[in-house]
Design a protein around this ligand. Structure first.
Ligand code: ADP
Ligand code: MG
Length: 336
């Protein structure tokens, strides 16, 4: 059987089962584990704290092309996507390790620019870059590991598995801008300078919602993740891990105004399935949700609810309650 037949997530499911079956639960490493494969970051106890660890890679011509982005932007993004996974747990990022693959004919100045981008964002979020690995490769790849903390032992973390029937489903800010940016860059589309800048920034230099994730935990939110592969696909992960169903009202989705302006009718689909917005998707009961809305700096929009029925599935409805069918849900690395 080929990887493309089961897809990225089918493959991860098998690997996760193997890890479960071969785990020696008496060993310290397993005893101290809070969250393993299946969430945005792994979480484990150490010295009365919960520690977080996550790794994500960017591969040339799969995740990015140097034809439309600078090395500095690439550096920023490679750290940003990992910080977003720490944000998705409500944690505090601390240390970064960078594994770098480069063709031998790469200009040194380009690599310096790459690290300028990395140090820019690392500095902004208080992350220390403390190591890595450099290897020769026929294409550029950057794999970043981030170690963080989720605070003391009894502090909550945002888990994909903690949604409850009756929870409201919300997202931070708006969706679709990154997908719009990718489309603009790939197809050389021209928009006004203001819109172009917004789309470009969203796709190439996203801002991970680290402080927002921490605030969610403080206000009592237990379930959350970041939107990296596409809203519907990502929410499906929450449904599967929490064994609940989700109903989304598509008329409430906060589609980014810039995307509406540039892509008209396609904007909603881009918001629902485009991915890489690195906003937070979370669920909470109405009481907790109100506390969040009062305290958080950025917009938060409730767009649906969790329910006991249709466990593992996302249902889309419009404002009249009519069910909307969609095949596309998001990005899978092997299923096109
Ligand atoms: P994210 O998009 O938040 O980075 P992914 O969808 O990439 O998360 O991964 C889902 C889960 O599967 C994560 O817990 C991740 O650590 C785990 N995972 C992904 N690939 C592998 C792998 N090759 N081996 C073990 N675990 C993996
Ligand atoms: Mg994630």
């Amino acid at each position: 059987m080929k990887v493309s037949e089961i897809g990225e997530f089918g493959l991860i499911e098998r690997l996760s089962k193997m890890a479960q079956q071969t785990a020696d639960k008496h060993q310290d490493a397993w005893k101290q584990l809070v969250v393993g494969i299946g969430d945005d970051a792994a979480a484990y106890f150490s010295n009365n704290e919960i520690q977080l660890a996550t790794v994500d890679s960017l591969v040339q011509n799969v995740h990015f092309s140097l034809s439309y982005m600078t090395w500095q932007e690439l550096g920023w993004k490679s750290i940003a996507v990992n910080l977003s996974d720490i944000a998705a747990m409500g944690g505090f990022p601390r240390y970064a390790l960078v594994s770098l693959g480069l063709p031998g004919n790469t200009e040194v100045e380009n690599v310096i620019d790459l690290y300028r981008g990395m140090f820019d964002i690392a500095g902004k979020f208080g992350v220390a870059l403390v190591g890595g690995d450099t290897v020769s490769s026929s294409f550029v790849f950057i794999s970043v590991t981030i170690i963080g903390s989720a605070g003391v032992k009894n502090r909550n973390i945002l888990k994909r598995s903690a949604a409850q029937p009756g929870d409201q489903i919300a997202v931070t800010n708006s969706l679709g801008t990154s997908a719009g940016g990718l489309e603009m860059l790939k197809n050389n589309l021209t928009f006004s300078p203001k819109l172009s800048k917004q789309l470009r920034q969203a796709h190439l230099t996203p801002n991970p919602r680290v402080s927002e994730g921490q605030l969610l935990v403080e206000k009592g939110v237990k379930c959350g993740m970041d939107i990296s592969d596409g809203f519907i696909g990502d929410l499906t992960h929450i449904c599967q891990e929490s064994k609940v169903g989700a109903q989304i009202n598509i008329d409430l989705v906060p589609v980014a105004p810039a995307v509406k302006k540039c892509f008209g009718q396609r904007a909603l689909e881009m918001a629902l399935t485009g991915g890489e917005d690195y906003e937070l998707l979370f669920t909470a009961n109405p009481l907790v949700m109100n506390k969040v809305k009062k305290a958080i700096q950025c917009p938060v929009t409730v767009i649906g609810k969790m329910m006991a029925e249709k466990a593992g599935k996302v249902t889309l409805v419009d404002i009249t309650g009519k069910i909307i069918n969609t095949k596309k849900t998001g990005w899978d690395h092997f299923i096109k």
